[in-house]
Design a protein around this ligand. Structure first.
Ligand code: ZN
Length: 168
């Protein structure tokens, strides 16, 4: 009998992963259902560290439930990532509501950052620059649907190429 060339999941494998992500309250916040599986190269930090760690040793068709604390996922909710800005910082005719997402350009670094309106008060607008899943414990259900060695080109580029060798 010939040995399975791929065997179990190690670094530099291209992994195809079906997944469902739930929060503590059971709410589904992300899923590959009805879409292509997630594809990434194992060992390159392309997915959150807590999940990557749990995938080592799995084989095709293996399924697993994984619970990941915030520290191994999107981090804790940092008080420093909240910032009050004056209402005047936004166009007067712009409607602001709590919970809405904004794209803000940092005038110092010129980087575009995602923020959420956490609170609107007389002092101004409180913006939340935390990742939307910061502070959340993540409950993943995963299934390995594909496993192969990454090509040297994929390893050099640091991302997965399509079946025809082209970029996605
Ligand atoms: Zn490439």
């Amino acid at each position: 009998m010939s040995e399975n060339k791929i065997g179990t999941l190690t670094d530099n494998h291209v992994v195809s992963l079906d997944y469902t992500l739930r929060l503590n309250n059971g709410q589904v916040v992300d899923s590959s259902e009805g879409r292509e599986p997630l594809e990434f190269i194992q060992g390159q930090g392309q997915i959150i560290p807590g999940l990557e760690k749990e995938l080592y040793g799995m084989a095709i068709n293996d399924e697993k439930k994984v619970i990941i604390p915030p520290g191994d996922a999107y981090g804790e909710l940092e008080p420093d990532n909240f910032e009050w800005v004056e209402r005047d910082a936004f166009p007067a005719d712009m409607e602001l509501t709590e919970g809405m997402g904004l794209r803000m350009r940092d005038s110092n670094t010129d980087q575009v950052m995602e923020a959420y309106v956490a609170e609107i008060g007389p002092e101004g607008v409180k913006l939340d620059f935390n990742h939307p899943l910061a502070g959340e414990t993540l409950h993943f259900e995963v299934k390995i649907t594909g496993l192969r060695d990454a090509t040297s080109e994929e390893l050099a580029h640091g991302h997965v190429h399509g079946p025809d060798g082209h970029h996605h």
